[in-house]
Design a binder for this molecule. Structure first.
Ligand code: SAM
Length: 488
């Protein structure tokens, strides 16, 4: 582990004014506003009447401000906490039904010029094997992912102007979309690459990406500087303002996240919601997703050397509070979490999970480098996608491989308006069932197929709208006969 640089306590003496509409990171993520919010939340952590009012507001499904959500996060009244969890479950089920969207990460390259102290891809790690996939290797990875049944990927790459310039990322996206093996197809590519320019975001949009995902890691500027001592990512403002540039480049589905375990979780929770409020205030649409990764063990990274790890109960509370504060924002949990933890947070609000993931470059193709060699972190859920799909169904969920909204142009504000009006649900249910049917026909083990077919028979009858029920029945028969890619 490298030595941590001394923190540079610089410009906090004259705090920038808090302004959610500002284009400046330090104004829409105001340190003072976060500190005031944390003080307010702490003072009111056992203020029963206030907590009741906040819960009542959240129950209406209109979301909460960062201040209100912070009070719920700190709430110490057990009975109220149970109510918060119940409400998170209710909102989850009302808005998302029992559908869970599945995806997998695809690591393109682990060359990196940054010095992030928590990530094994940092430039001075001489131990980790460096690897960048050629287009032919990408094609083989994509075929392996298609053969598992995946339809939706999250593209991951280290930051390196020579090894993975934007042209390489764009070419890779083209390779992924054009690779078609048997009935396989990747229908949505989300992208998690370093902060870049408006022009590059425009090119990513033109390449047909789904969500642009970028984790803030921590919203605390001083902590951020300590954790990113050098390299382009050390520029806090450039990183924090990336979603604004993405929006200006035409990407209207953006995914936020912090890496829990780095900074103080209460601070980052508030920062995350302030970031969402900023996007809503300026662009009329909040984040499409929020990810909640926790720091994991990795090549030369030991999470125990970081002071701010959070336990499973705190993690669950964070998920529940995000769900009630931002009811229409998808929440993503990855294979960083164990099956047990995933089961718990699925109930409380998570709507998308990865499955069968490899976090190494080239990890989906057998006989490549041993997986742990180039991996970014060790996964906790090592089950196959088939096992994850069956597990979800046994828990009463519908695993969904749906990518319809983005392909029908239902993104950004259009998506949010439909979601808030409660209309998206009508389409999601049939689409989830039809994509699950494709999975069962093409990729599932006999046991998973049996469980899935029984679920389909039950769930088709639950579609409330008669015409959609009929269309779904007809399309399921079509899929059985070999047709693919239906969507409503
Ligand atoms: N290079 C891009 C960037 O800097 O944003 C892409 C990010 S990286 C491939 C994806 C994410 O993995 C990072 O944003 C970080 O939050 C997370 N990550 C890095 N090291 C990790 C670790 N040791 N455990 C868990 N997650 C980690």
């Amino acid at each position: 582990m490298r030595e941590k640089p001394v923190s540079n306590a610089s410009d906090l003496s004259s705090p920038p004014k808090y302004d959610p509409k500002s284009a400046r990171a330090e104004e829409f993520i105001s340190h003072k506003e976060i500190m005031d919010t944390l003080a307010y939340a702490w003072e009111n952590r056992s203020n029963g009447p206030l907590i009741d009012d906040i819960i009542a507001k959240a129950r209406a499904g209109k979301g909460l401000t960062h201040r209100e959500a912070a009070v719920l996060l700190d709430c110490t009244i057990e009975e109220k906490n149970r109510e918060i969890y119940r409400l998170a479950e209710e909102l989850k089920s009302k808005i998302y039904g029992n559908r869970i969207v599945l995806f997998a990460p695809l690591y393109l390259s682990n060359y990196c010029i940054n010095g992030c102290v928590y990530c094994p891809y940092h430039a001075i790690n001489k131990h980790i094997p460096r690897k960048k996939l050629s287009q032919e290797e990408i094609r083989r990875e994509v075929i392996a992912l298609q053969n598992m049944g995946h339809k939706r990927l999250a593209l991951e790459s280290g930051e390196h102007p020579e090894q993975s310039p934007i042209e390489y990322i764009l070419e890779s996206i083209e390779t992924i979309y054009s690779t078609k093996h048997k009935n396989g197809a990747i229908r949505r590519v989300n992208v998690n690459i370093a902060a870049t320019t408006v022009e590059n975001y425009r090119r990513l949009k033109e390449a047909g990406i789904g969500t642009y995902i970028l984790f803030q890691e921590t919203y605390n500027k001083e902590e951020y500087k300590r954790l990113h001592p050098w390299g382009p990512k050390s520029d806090y403002a450039y990183h924090t303002e990336a979603m604004d540039r993405a929006m200006q480049g035409g990407i209207d589905d953006v995914g936020l996240g912090v890496l829990f375990g780095l900074g103080l979780y209460r601070y980052d929770f508030v920062g995350l919601l302030m970031h969402a409020e900023h996007l809503e205030a300026v662009y009329g649409v909040g984040p499409h997703t929020i990810s909640v990764p926790r720091l994991c063990k990795a090549d030369d990274i030991d999470p125990r050397e970081f002071d701010n790890g959070i336990d499973n109960d705190t993690f669950a509370k964070i998920v529940a509070c995000i769900r009630v504060a931002a009811p229409y924002t998808g929440i993503i949990v990855s294979t960083r979490e164990s099956p047990r933890v995933r089961e718990r947070v699925l109930r409380l609000g998570v709507s998308q999970i990865s499955g069968g993931s490899r976090t190494s470059v080239g990890g989906y193709v057998e006989d490549e480098l041993p997986e742990e060699d180039s991996s970014q972190f060790e996964v906790s859920d090592r089950r196959t996608l088939d096992e994850v799909v069956r597990w979800l169904m046994e828990l009463g969920y519908i695993p969904s491989f749906c990518t319809a909204c983005y392909r029908e142009g239902r993104t950004g504000e259009v998506f949010m308006d439909l979601a808030k009006a409660g209309n998206i649900h009508l389409r999601c249910q049939p689409n989830a069932l039809m994509t699950l049917k494709e999975y069962l026909m093409d990729y599932a083990s006999p046991l998973t197929r049996d469980v899935g077919e029984a679920l389909l028979r039950r769930e088709v009858e639950e579609i409330p709208h008669e015409r959609l029920r009929e269309i779904t029945r007809k399309n399921l028969t079509g899929i059985e006969a070999g047709e693919r890619d239906f969507r409503v």
